[in-house]
Design a binder for this molecule. Sequence first.
Ligand code: GLU
Length: 509
Amino acid sequence: MTDITPAATAPTRVRIAPSPTGDPHVGTAYIGLLNYVFAKQRAGKFVLRIEDTDRTRFVSTSEQMIFESLRWVGLTWDEGPDVGGPFGPYRQSERTEIYRQHAEILLTNGWAYRAFETPEELEAERKSQMAAKLPPKYIGRSRNFSEADIASELAAGTPYTVRLRVPQGSGQKTTFRDELRGDITFDHANVDDQVLLKSDGFPTYHLANVVDDHLMQITDVIRAEEWISSTPKHVLLYEAFGWPQPRFWHMPLLRNPDKSKISKRKNPVSLVYYLEAGFLPQAMLNFLGLMGGGMAQPTEQEIVSKGLNTKEGDLFTLGDMVEKFRFERISLGGPVFDLTKLKWLNGEYLRRLSPDDFYTALRQNVLSDDYLRDIAALIQNRVETLAQFGDMTNFFLADNIMPTPEIFVPKKRSLEDTLAFTADLLTTLEAAPWEPDSIEAAMKTLGEFKQWPVKENFMLLRAILTGSTQSPPLMDSLIIFGKPRSIDRIRRFLNLQTDLAKRAANQKK
Ligand code: GLU
């Protein structure tokens, strides 16, 4: 075993490594905040690295949105693709040659091997394991190929991946220390020969992540606990390269109020939603800082001397966090991303603004010039007096639109049928690019598939969005209202109506 801990004196360097696969997630800001605070407490550096090697899930606008939304909550980084730094490039797609060279090192020292199985063979293997009720695991023939076998496959031009050779044999285990949990051990019987380099020459997350953490001199890897099961593979990679390991800190996952892993079915998870729906960045940051419990509750004495009520002890700034947050205090119970609490906090911050600042906040957000101008253009041809503006546009300005079944259930359809279709509509719209033609085409395709004629289909969405059977043009309204809030409105509608329907059914019993 190589020496596993970074020198105590090594200057602290931490990173977040988001993948640009969609809207920036609240979890990225949560982990980003913890990394930021950790770095500031130790006069260290906070690095932002973009892990964009999974080209199948790549979304071109995502990287920019990650930068903007992290800056919105108040985080800044010392090194990153946009600000540069001494260890760049900080975008993995610009580092592929580095990963290929490192895969070569492991092929040479025996820690990796070329695997020539076709996707079909792997699929067949997986199916037979499932049929035998075994966990899916690579047991391909390539692991034990002789030099001659390899040479003949290469000569034949067979495509291959590069896999990690996880030491197998009875009792082989990997143990690593998690700074919050203590030692964690994985039996190698449960650790797969991970693909490191794909057949297209791109690295997988595991190889690129370890190589970069080493080359970027990361001392502490602070990430979400969902990565714990990847860590033994990473630890083996450090060993394979003969590199010292960073320290690992796995943070408790954010949870829905029912304790399930946070999901967009229950809460909006895109930071862009919170930005567009009128949350203040300082409230969002404060809320994320409460997750995990690393901030001490104020003492009795502080509460009395500062005249705080207990809940006000929950209010703090980024500066307070740097001063008072303690990583050893973090509780692993699973912090609940509770929207009620976030709204309460946001209300507290709003109340503390001066009337002028409150007005400015409104005008920069839900009543911005651009927004009002777009809405005005949409209804100019439909009003007879200026005063009718409000009648036609209230759904753009209100947050809570709740149509009744008389409006949203089409004649000859049941409530259940309508809610089932709404669930499909929600999934369809979530995946649609937010442009009128794409939305319309996606809705029509779904309608044809589910046999919901255009008229009923559009009427339903109009009712959900506007609370009315008549409104300005639907597609334009969706575009102006924006994707995050439109999706949220449909989701809230669906959740509320599903609850009401359940309650009504229970009462009948
Ligand atoms: N690219 C990974 C992600 O999307 C990074 C995980 C890690 O921090 O190691 O979260």
